[in-house]
Design a protein around this ligand. Structure first.
Ligand code: NCD
Ligand code: ZN
Length: 350
């Protein structure tokens, strides 16, 4: 008889989009109920490119937390800076010394939602900034997709490894790098075997679904995110990595809310909303392969260990029981459709 309850150290989310304004207020409570901390992505409009902007955004997040009744100190947003061709190395030093940002995010220009201000030529334009990051131990969080329109959308991550990741890490071998939202076997093999300080986050959707989910019975916009879901062989490699004993793979939901109307659209936005039911989705994925005992290391231990932060001391409990995912939830004046809306999961946060 398998156990009905699973109690683990409270997890953290190492890759999250919280948005701003009414949208922020609508979603921040979902994350704060499950996680103690989250790495907050800087792809606002305009992007969070300076320490001053990161501080101001952190204050808005704290105000939103208070508004939805989350107690002071219960949830800590970990801020990031958006790397541009012109990021001043002095900004890195200031972020590190003040703790105003714990990492810097690389979006190749045009790769995804709000990435127009992203980097056009990483080694050409950002060498001085990267050198400073390496020197002070500031991690680089990488959206690992090439943006060359000639490259097939399903091959963009694999090619990024050759074209950008390997040259980057040869030039800056001590730079701490997180390969964000890994989606391919190529990525898993690279991260598992590479030398030096590298890790990767993995989303729940990439553990649970392959690319068929986007086209099941018709186009399913709520399964569309970037990097896009891949073939089954890649999903299996990700599950193997997440449930393995490698310290390099940990939880990052990439929960990325977009209003229903912008998802169900002629040119629908990329992003899955998973903050509502993140731990339930991950528990379902781990349980399916009989590895629920590996969830705690993935969700609660390896992330803080990589970032050099203490592990959380309180705990959460998941219960093995059916959990119906709501069809939609409020999102400011609009609504938001969670991933797998209307379906039933086999775990629920107590
Ligand atoms: C993210 C978003 O909407 O901000 N979308 C997504 O599909 N993951 C951006 C990103 O992380 O690529
Ligand atoms: Zn993201």
């Amino acid at each position: 008889m398998t156990s009905q309850f699973l109690t683990i150290t409270r997890p953290d989310d190492w890759h999250l989009h919280l948005r701003d304004g009414d949208a922020l207020t609508a979603v921040v409570g979902d994350t704060a109920r499950q996680f103690a901390r989250a790495i907050v992505m800087p792809n606002l409009k305009p992007p969070v490119t300076t320490v001053a902007m990161a501080r101001a955004y952190q204050t808005r997040i704290e105000q939103a937390l208070a508004k939805v009744g989350i107690a002071d100190g219960q949830f800590k947003p970990l801020m990031t800076l958006y790397l541009t061709d012109n990021t001043d190395p002095a900004e890195i030093v200031q972020a590190k010394e003040s703790g105003a940002a714990v990492a810097v995010k690389l979006y190749p220009a045009g790769a995804t939602t709000n990435s127009d201000a992203g980097v056009t030529d990483l080694l050409g334009r950002c060498a001085k900034t990267l050198e400073e990051m390496q020197r002070v131990g500031m991690p680089l969080l990488v959206h690992g997709e090439v943006t060359d329109p000639a490259v097939d959308v399903f091959d963009r991550e694999a090619l990024f490894i050759e074209r950008v990741m390997i040259p980057l890490r040869q030039a800056f071998p001590e730079l701490r790098v997180v390969f964000e939202h890994l989606t391919t076997k190529d990525g898993v093999d690279y991260v598992r075997e590479a030398s030096g300080p590298i890790a990767a986050t993995i989303t729940a959707q990439h553990l649970l679904y392959n690319r068929n989910a986007i086209f099941q019975g018709g186009v399913r916009p709520h399964w569309y995110c970037l990097p896009i879901l891949k073939r089954e062989v890649h999903r299996q490699a990700l599950v193997d990595a997440a449930t393995s004993d490698s310290p390099r793979f940990f939880l990052g939901t990439d929960s990325a809310p977009h209003a229903r109307g912008l998802k169900e659209h002629a040119c629908g936005c990329a992003g899955c909303y998973t903050a509502l039911h993140a731990m339930e989705l991950y528990a379902t994925a781990f349980d399916r392969v009989g590895k629920i005992d590996k969830l705690e290391a993935f969700a609660s231990h390896r992330g803080p260990d990589f970032y050099g932060l203490p592990r959380n001391t309180d705990r959460i409990t998941l219960e093995r029981t059916s959990f119906l995912i709501p069809n939609e939830i409020p999102y400011g004046s609009e609504t938001l459709v969670p991933l797998a809306a209307g379906e039933t999961l086999s775990w629920r946060l107590v």
